[in-house]
Design a protein around this ligand. Structure first.
Ligand code: GLY
Ligand code: MN
Ligand code: MN
Length: 436
């Protein structure tokens, strides 16, 4: 991502903060995995969105109209020994030279410098409740300024949620962002196709996971956007199954929910296909029903359509189909009203997608479902999950879990499916699996 993109975002933020106010955003912490080993670092999405700065121990301050510079970055000072052991880090000079900060200070001096920046400001835009250490510090700094009121300084009078502004910005993807999301989607699509071709009875779920990662990593995407779900047979009925240690059996379906991350932008794809390469009759019937529900939901993705329409469309198709196949009994309208379908379809149709897999942005505005607008990206992912011990349905349906998930960009005249490359009709899946 170009620096100019981050700059544009900061300028847009600055405008919304307004002169006389201040905003503060902290980086993610480096997290310990065990003893002296860290997890691979993943920057806080809001912080990265505004700075492009990929280090821990950093804090960005935005002060519209500040004469010495509006964008201040606190970060670690350059340490040559650290550079030898751990590699590059920007330091104060790098923060200014490479990340376009107007001013940079050592993070160790935060306590001395930041309180002065808060003096005589009206509002502090800040993500309260995300980092309790910083929450306490901020309140201490503000209280400290209050005590100095007799010397003429005033303390900020209002703490305002910064997330509300930043998350609304993040909901609408720019051309640059869509480029990265396309790359995440394309490579994840290739990974899913590879998994379909690799899959056969007797291999283990983790071996399929390894194939997915191999395709992603070979192309430079080292991070998955969330832990991959590779769930054979009844494991697919556990919505967030990540053990991935079971053997694939001949008559089972395999559900894979996996997506790569590209420069902090996620893909999120699910496909479900037969381990042996051919759907059994009950599997095919339920699969086709989920696919029909997905098509009905996708038909509702266009500008001006309320967010919930796609979900409602999927509920109607699934409930009707479940009645036709005999898994539910009763009148469709009543079953929908009583939410009886939730026994088999217990999640919603999807979510916003972006830097976080379950991305930020409000789904409702003033209690009304929000209308879709161009530039939004969301998932469309209906599913059916019949528990292995579900005694209310015929045995042939039990232990089948199916989800079909695509990533969809809302465009000016409808939508574009970013993950359309992965086959999803029964015929196309069976054809791809024959070509191994
Ligand atoms: N992979 C998480 C989800 O589909 O929501
Ligand atoms: Mn999803
Ligand atoms: Mn998913």
């Amino acid at each position: 991502m170009k620096q100019s993109e981050f700059k544009k975002r900061r300028q847009a933020l600055m405008k919304q903060i307004g002169q006389g106010n201040i905003a503060i955003v902290a980086s993610a912490d480096a997290l310990i995995r065990n003893r002296d080993v860290h997890y691979r670092f993943r920057q806080d999405s809001d912080f990265f969105y505004l700075t492009g700065f990929n280090e821990a121990d950093a804090l960005a301050v935005f002060i519209p109209g500040r004469k010495q510079g509006e964008y201040v970055l606190f970060c670690r000072e350059f340490d040559p020994t650290k550079a030898i052991w751990e590699g590059a880090h920007a330091g104060l000079e790098g923060a200014i030279r490479d990340f376009a900060a107007d001013d940079a200070f050592p993070i160790d001096d935060l306590d001395e410098i930041l309180p002065g920046m808060l003096e005589n400001k009206g509002k502090v835009f800040y993500p309260m409740g995300k980092n309790s250490d910083l929450d306490h510090k901020l309140l201490d700094w503000i209280n400290h300024i209050r005590k100095q009121s007799r010397s003429g300084v005033t303390a900020p009078g209002e703490l305002v949620s910064l997330e509300h502004i930043v998350h609304e910005m993040r909901l609408f993807k720019s051309a640059e962002e869509i480029k990265l999301m396309r790359r995440a989607a394309d490579i994840s699509a290739q990974a899913h196709m590879r998994a379909m071709q690799f899959c056969q009875p007797g291999v283990y779920e983790y071996q399929v996971e390894a194939e997915l990662l191999q395709v992603m990593m070979q192309q430079g995407l080292r991070e998955v956007a969330y832990p991959s779900i590779v769930a054979a047979g009844k494991n697919a009925c556990v919505l967030h199954y990540t053990e991935n240690n079971d053997k694939l059996r001949k008559g089972d379906l395999l559900l894979i929910d996996a997506g790569a991350e590209c420069e902090c932008y996620a893909a999120d794809i699910t496909r479900t296909f037969p381990v042996s390469g051919k759907f059994s009759e009950p599997q095919r019937l339920l699969y086709q029903l989920v696919l029909d529900a997905q098509q009905a939901a996708l038909a509702e993705i266009a500008p001006g359509v309320p967010w919930n329409k796609a979900h409602e469309a999927s509920v109607v198709v699934l409930t009707k189909g479940l009645v036709e196949l005999g898994l539910l009994k009763g009148r469709v309208n009543k079953l929908i009203k009583d939410e009886k379908y939730k026994q088999f379809y217990m999640h919603r149709i999807g979510h916003w997608l972006g830097m976080d897999v379950h991305d930020v942005g409000d789904y409702k505005i003033k209690d009304e479902w929000r209308l879709l607008e161009p530039g939004m990206v969301l998932t469309v992912e209906p599913g059916l999950y019949v528990a292995a011990d579900c005694e209310t349905v015929d045995k042939q349906w039990r232990g089948i879990g199916i989800r079909i998930e695509d990533d969809v960009l809302v465009t000016a005249d409808g939508h574009e499916i970013l993950t359309a490359a992965v086959p999803k009709t029964v015929d196309a899946i069976e054809a791809l699996m024959r070509r191994t």
